[in-house]
Design a protein around this ligand. Structure first.
Ligand SMILES: NC(=O)c1ccc[n+]([C@@H]2O[C@H](COP(=O)([O-])OP(=O)(O)OC[C@H]3O[C@@H](n4cnc5c(N)ncnc54)[C@H](O)[C@@H]3O)[C@@H](O)[C@H]2O)c1
Length: 283
């Protein structure tokens, strides 16, 4: 399948990043948001990162302009009708995603592949809202999407083999490193990383060690490129707590449940880098 045009639904943190990756790889993108303002905010985010790449001489001004020209914005779902591939990156809410997938059914052609970027919801349940679950896959990018290479290509029991192969090939075409996996809670990375980070946080209280020393332990003792507390601050404490709760709901393993320390931080608005304060102070 030669993908010329991709629809990206939702231009928040992930959608804007995914759209940027696509336009930089030479693919036309139709970005859909709920309001013109939010769509423009998505475009501004992409322009900001492309401008930064030009300043750092990692991208030419011509390539930046070409990439931005490949992006069109809309608030009308109907404008995705010409897309061979649609990637959904809206809020992490099952009802909202299911409503979108059933609406997309009416709009796109029969051959269009529908992908969800969900982190923690079952792809199978999202696919079930569509009349063509065999054409639905998970395409799980990591944040920031333009930087992190991995894409988990998630197969449900219904996904057709040619659809899966096309989604995998598309991820490669836009410069990503895909892996193949089944629709299980947390897929691969989060299934491993979330309980591991939760263990690191529990050790702070159990071993009376400071967050800074937990990070020193794992960077100098296990050769991690970044300490667990710095990583949670980067991910966002609220995002991590939400993902932990989803895995706990799905698997009922105590290690998946968010440690109380993290829940308190989220409640206090100490969300990490984005709020200026988390385990560490960024103000
Ligand atoms: N943030 C992460 O680290 C991360 C990583 C991987 C996957 N994800 C997943 O990606 C998805 C998006 O997450 P995010 O962090 O970008 O959220 P976000 O809140 O930054 O962005 C979501 C955007 O979707 C828009 N939106 C909501 N309903 C819409 C609709 N019907 N049509 C068009 N736009 C709509 C919102 O206006 C918002 O701009 C979620 O499923 C999340 O689980 C997030």
């Amino acid at each position: 399948m030669d993908v010329q045009r991709v629809g990206v639904v939702g231009l928040g943190t992930m959608g804007a990043g995914i759209a940027q990756v696509c336009v930089q790889a030479g693919v036309e993108v139709v970005g859909r948001e709920v309001t013109d303002e939010l769509a423009e905010r998505g475009r501004a985010t992409i322009a900001h990162y492309l401008n930064r790449a030009v300043e750092k001489e990692r991208l030419t001004a011509d390539d930046r302009d070409g990439a931005l020209e490949r992006l069109t914005l809309t608030t009308e779902l109907e404008n995705l009708s010409g897309c061979e591939f649609v990637i959904e990156a809206i809020v992490e809410d099952l009802d909202a995603k299911r409503a979108l997938f059933s609406e997309l059914d009416r709009v796109v052609g029969p051959e269009t592949i529908l992908a969800t970027n969900t982190s923690a919801l079952p792809v199978t349940e999202i696919a079930a809202a569509s009349t063509r679950p065999e054409r639905v896959v998970g395409l799980h990018f990591f944040n920031p999407a333009p930087v992190l290479k991995l894409v988990e290509v998630v197969r449900t029991a219904h996904t057709a083999d040619d659809v899966f192969a096309a989604a995998y090939a598309f991820a490669q075409r836009i410069g990503k490193e895909p892996i193949e996996c089944s629709d299980t809670p947390g897929f691969v990375v989060n299934r491993i990383l979330i309980p591991l980070l939760n263990d690191c946080v529990r050790v702070i209280d159990e071993a009376r060690v400071s967050p800074a020393d937990v990070d020193r332990a794992m960077t100098f003792g296990a050769n991690w490129p970044i300490g667990p507390c710095a990583l949670i601050d980067l991910i966002g404490v609220d995002v991590h707590v939400h993902a932990s709760e989803a895995l706990w709901e799905a698997l009922r393993e105590p290690r998946m449940a968010p440690p109380p320390r993290l829940v308190r931080m989220a409640q206090a608005g100490k969300l990490g880098r984005k709020s200026g304060q988390g385990f560490f102070d960024y103000r």
